[in-house]
Each structure stands twice: as structure tokens, then as C-alpha cells.
Design a protein around this ligand. Structure first.
Ligand code: PGA
Length: 254
């Protein structure tokens, strides 16, 4: 972390969160946040679509809320999908796009991800664009190629440090308990910032937040969040327990 970028601690609940669990989790975090009015970090919850409205009510603006995906179209005949405007209408200010589980389970290409990001920005949402290599690509020494081509393909025109966050999530670390070493994470984050500098200019690149995601837990968050080019976390499993998620965020306090 560096002082010029405000850390973002984002919880990706994935397909978890029935009413009772969602309410308990949101309430637990609001209670903690209320006791820390000048917290030096932003906290974002991304519940499943069905829980967004009720969680937004509990959060009452004290934590931010986002969707986990959106459709690229404004509206229309897309059964089962949700538009960026619908997320905004439900209280969201953020949306995650291009998560590796979307890329794998739903065949989302970089072009699809870019169109979703574009739609999110058009709807006035902030977007978290996820990228990251598979284990096979890392073993083949192709990590940087994958990261650069995902950035080139997925980041839309109009992206800037106010409206866009990049999340580096090595696929082999997501939900596996295997976490990138600090050296691995810093190396890729620095490469992402170099790419951003070429694409958006030095000033924007120095301001844009780049999150790490993949088995971030209370016991490994300190060393990851201390890295110069890591500006927060996108947290799955450990975001489902208020205590753990909050513990991770405490590493943003210097
Ligand atoms: P994990 O998930 O923390 O459970 O590894 C992170 C993510 O997929 O965003």
C-alpha cells in the first residue's frame, strides 16, 4: 500500500448468502465500521443479486455495495441476466466483471468482459475488472503475457482511476488455500501498473487501485497488503465471516 491510494477491501460473496446469513454478515460489519468512523480504507460487499437490496438497507451507505456481474446490454431479452442500471437502481455503486469463475463457467472472453465494463461505466458504476493466469500458464512462464493480453482485451476506453479498479487474481489461488507469495504478487502488480502507465499515462497509473485476490485470509493479508503495488483485496471465502473480513481490513491501518 502507498498513502496516495486509499485501500479497498472488497468481499465477493459468490453464490452464498441466504437472508439470515446475509443480514448477520452485513450487520456485523456495519457495527464494526460504525465504531471506526474514520477508517482509512473503503469496504465493499458484493452479495448475490437476491440479497443486494436488503444488504444495502442494512449498510445504509456506511459500507459500499456492488454486484458480482452485469450484462453488457442496457435492457432487453436476456433471461436471467441483470443490467448495470438495475444494480445501480438497487443501491450498488460497484460491479465486478471478468471474474475467473465467470470466464470459466460462462465462457466470458475479454471482449465480453470489456463490453460489460463499458456498460457498467455508462450506468455510472465503478468497475472491478478481474484478470489472472491459470496454473498451466504460470508453469509455462506465460503469466505476464496473459495479464497483459487480458488487460488489453478487457479494459474499456474511458477507464480511469476514479471509475476503475483492477483485481489480480491468479486462478490457481482462488478458493484453493494456495496464495501468491508476496514476491509473485508484487511482480505482477508492478507489471499491471506499467501497462496502465502506457495505456492511461503515469498520473492515472499511479492513482488506480490494483487489488490482490486468491485465498487472502487474516493470517496472510498483512504481507500482501504491505506490498507497494497492492491496494487492497478481493476476498471470497474469508469475506463470509465478519470477524475474518474485518481482521483483514485492519492491516490497512498504519
Ligand atoms: P477466495 O476468492 O478468497 O475464496 O480465494 C477470491 C475471489 O474469487 O474473488
Amino acid at each position: 500500500m502507498t498513502h496516495s491510494r486509499r485501500p479497498l477491501i472488497a468481499g465477493n460473496w459468490k453464490m452464498n448468502g441466504l437472508t439470515d446469513e446475509a443480514m448477520d454478515l452485513a450487520t456485523g460489519l456495519v457495527t464494526r465500521m460504525t465504531k471506526m468512523p474514520n477508517a482509512p480504507f473503503d469496504m465493499l460487499l458484493c452479495p448475490p443479486f437476491t440479497a443486494i437490496r436488503m444488504v444495502a438497507e442494512v449498510l445504509a451507505g456506511r459500507l459500499m455495495i456492488g454486484g458480482q456481474d452485469c450484462h453488457a446490454a442496457e435492457k432487453g431479452a436476456h433471461t436471467g441476466d441483470v443490467s448495470a442500471a438495475m444494480l445501480a437502481d438497487a443501491g450498488c455503486t460497484f460491479v465486478i466483471v471478468g471474474h475467473s469463475e465467470r470466464r470459466t463457467d460462462h465462457g466470458e472472453t475479454n471482449a465480453v468482459v470489456r463490453n460489460k465494463a463499458k456498460a457498467a461505466l455508462a450506468a455510472g458504476l465503478h468497475v472491478i475488472i478481474c484478470i489472472g493466469e491459470t496454473e498451466a500458464k504460470r508453469d509455462a512462464g506465460a503469466t505476464m503475457d496473459v495479464v497483459r493480453s487480458q488487460l488489453s482485451g478487457s479494459v474499456p476506453g474511458g477507464a480511469n482511476s476514479d471509475n476503475t479498479v483492477i483485481a489480480y487474481e491468479p486462478v490457481w489461488a482462488i478458493g484453493t488455500g494456495r496464495v501468491a507469495t508476496p514476491a509473485q504478487a508484487q511482480e505482477v502488480h508492478a507489471e499491471i501498473r506499467t501497462w496502465l502507465a502506457v495505456r492511461l499515462g503515469d498520473e492515472q497509473a499511479s492513482q488506480i487501485r490494483v487489488l490482490y485476490g486468491g485465498s487472502m485470509k487474516p493470517d496472510n493479508a498483512a504481507e500482501l497488503l504491505a506490498l507497494m503495488d497492492v491496494d487492497g483485496g478481493l476476498i471470497g471465502g474469508a469475506s463470509l465471516m465478519a470477524e475474518d473480513f474485518w481482521a483483514i481490513a485492519q492491516n490497512c491501518i498504519s
